[in-house]
Design a protein around this ligand. Structure first.
Ligand SMILES: [Zn+2]
Ligand SMILES: [Zn+2]
Length: 261
């Protein structure tokens, strides 16, 4: 199996299936496919920013590896592929839960996360809207851990595809009710509430792939009703470059608390 070909195929197929489900069983019926910001989220964030950052992150990890020789120890290289994938999916998911929660508490880290919450219509590609520095931090840790611990190159491709498809799924405008599964695996039921304009308590649903962290650490929120709107209460620029620059403005207000969840 050539994962260099299979991984992009899985991502494209996943996108098409999720888009199809959005048409067949929408979570919010009034939401359109051709929405405001679709081009920016898909092309500027989803394709161009992702591609350019992948080059930077690959060079950065290569540079670290050349100086430390970390990957040559092959700490996980003897493990079966499935175990390597499972290990990195779970450990990275726990890291991202903690970092994400911190971003909603710390005013400087919130600056890097605000763009992700600026979309007012949440769909399959809305999640790609993330500040370049936020991606740089999170994906350097995600891929750095795999490469420096000596994971099989296929594991890097498989994990990348899982992250891409799961990222689309949790934001999807799909009205699913997964019952008890939502206590284990994360999906749109909980993550769409994370994007609700109304801030609930100290914030909710920080998990990405697994919902267990939220139930375990007391941040789960899953009411029977749906959010009455998404995005930030504060005005936020609509252009790609303006959104990147906005993270560096002076801002004295507390983080997410005053704006969105
Ligand atoms: Zn968030
Ligand atoms: Zn999100």
């Amino acid at each position: 199996m050539d994962w260099a070909i299979l991984a992009p195929l899985v991502i494209v197929t996943g996108a098409l299936v999720i888009i199809g489900l959005e048409r067949v069983a929408p979570y919010d019926r009034g939401q359109r496919f051709l929405r405001r910001g679709l081009f920016m989220d898909l092309v500027l964030y989803g394709l161009i920013q992702s591609y350019l950052l992948a080059l930077v992150i690959r060079a950065l990890i290569g540079w670290i590896d050349a100086r430390t020789g970390a990957s040559s120890h092959g700490l996980v290289s003897g493990w079966p592929i499935a175990l390597q994938v499972g290990f990195f999916v779970v450990t990275h998911d726990l890291y991202i839960y903690g970092f994400h929660r911190l971003q909603h508490r710390n005013r400087y880290l919130w600056r890097l996360h605000e763009a992700h919450h600026s979309a007012t219509q949440i769909d399959w590609i809305a999640g790609s809207r993330s500040h370049a520095l936020e991606i740089l931090i999170n994906q350097s840790i995600e891929f750095g851990a795999m490469i420096l611990l000596g994971a099989d190159p296929d594991v890097v491709l498989i994990k990348g595809a899982i992250s891409a498809v799961w990222g689309m799924w949790i934001h999807a405008n799909v009205g699913v009710r997964t019952g008890w599964l939502q206590h284990v695996i994360n999906g749109p039921e909980m993550h769409r509430w994370h994007h609700a304009r109304k801030y609930i308590g100290d914030g909710q649903n920080y998990g990405t792939k697994l919902a267990i962290w939220d139930w375990l650490f007391g941040t789960a929120y899953l009411p029977p009703e749906k959010p009455d709107g998404y995005g930030l209460a504060d005005p936020f620029p609509s252009g790609f470059l303006a959104q990147q620059a906005y993270a560096f403005r002076r801002h004295d207000a507390p983080p997410a608390r005053s704006t969105a969840a």
